[in-house]
Design a protein around this ligand. Structure first.
Ligand code: DX5
Ligand code: ZN
Length: 216
């Protein structure tokens, strides 16, 4: 089973982004998760292209970019050119999700689709065989450091069932409130990719935490 750890740079020390990125390079992490928030789709603003390009200059891991923005179709090309290897957009924010997937594909990068905890998993059915990954939010998008929503396990089970029927290669990513306590249960439910922000960057030893999450 594929197990991927994608630390979220949102919880890093932004005054030391180069050092933080180099720490991830030296770690067992597979990807680096990059959260873009626009203050419209979510009530918070994080960072955009210049910061992403700066991180990309130092980053040897794949940039796993999660865009929490309205009109994702307008920015696909710029995110791809700024160095995204995977680009995940919110279903709720897209007028035409298939168009966004097609635009991502046209850039030759991996496509992910994501939903907040209040959106039924069934809305993803038409897109499951068109994407490389589904990102199931396990908190409401907008802030790091929130508590994992326990109801997420049954949503993962519904999604896993759909993926096995329609596109077994599609990865499941979870994002929000991931800790050493819930990581192994998430893997058991068939999750492939754990995003972890505060759990990694607030750990006394982030390198060890990444290894521990991977072996959970
Ligand atoms: C929240 C972001 C997450 C965030 C997770 O909207 O999408 O990626 O960084 O942070 P933690 O792991 O602290 O819940
Ligand atoms: Zn995220």
């Amino acid at each position: 089973m594929i197990k991927i750890i994608s630390p979220s740079i949102l919880s890093a020390d932004f005054g030391n982004l180069q050092a933080m990125t180099e720490m991830i390079n030296a770690s067992e992490a597979d990807w680096l998760h990059f959260d873009v928030m626009d203050g419209v789709f979510v009530p918070n603003i994080s960072f955009g292209f210049p910061v992403m390009e700066a991180v990309k200059r130092h980053c040897t891991k794949m940039l796993d970019v999660h865009i929490m923005i309205v009109h994702p179709e307008k920015y696909v090309q710029r995110f791809a050119r700024a160095g995204a290897g995977m680009l995940s957009f919110h279903y709720e924010a897209a007028e035409n999700p298939q168009q966004v997937i097609d635009l991502i594909r046209a850039e030759g990068i991996k496509a992910g689709i994501t939903i907040n905890p209040d959106v039924p998993v069934s809305v993803l059915e038409p897109f499951i065989d068109k994407v490389d990954m589904v990102l199931l939010m396990t908190v409401f998008a907008g802030y790091g450091g929130q508590k994992f929503i326990e109801e997420s396990y049954s949503r993962i089970d519904v999604l896993k069932d759909m993926i096995l029927r329609k596109n077994p290669d599609c990865l499941i990513q979870v994002d929000g409130g991931i800790t050493l306590e819930n990581a192994s249960k998430l893997f058991k439910h068939g999750v492939n990719v754990l995003v972890a922000g505060s759990t990694v960057f607030n750990a006394p030893d982030p390198l060890k935490m990444i290894v521990d999450l991977k072996n959970a």
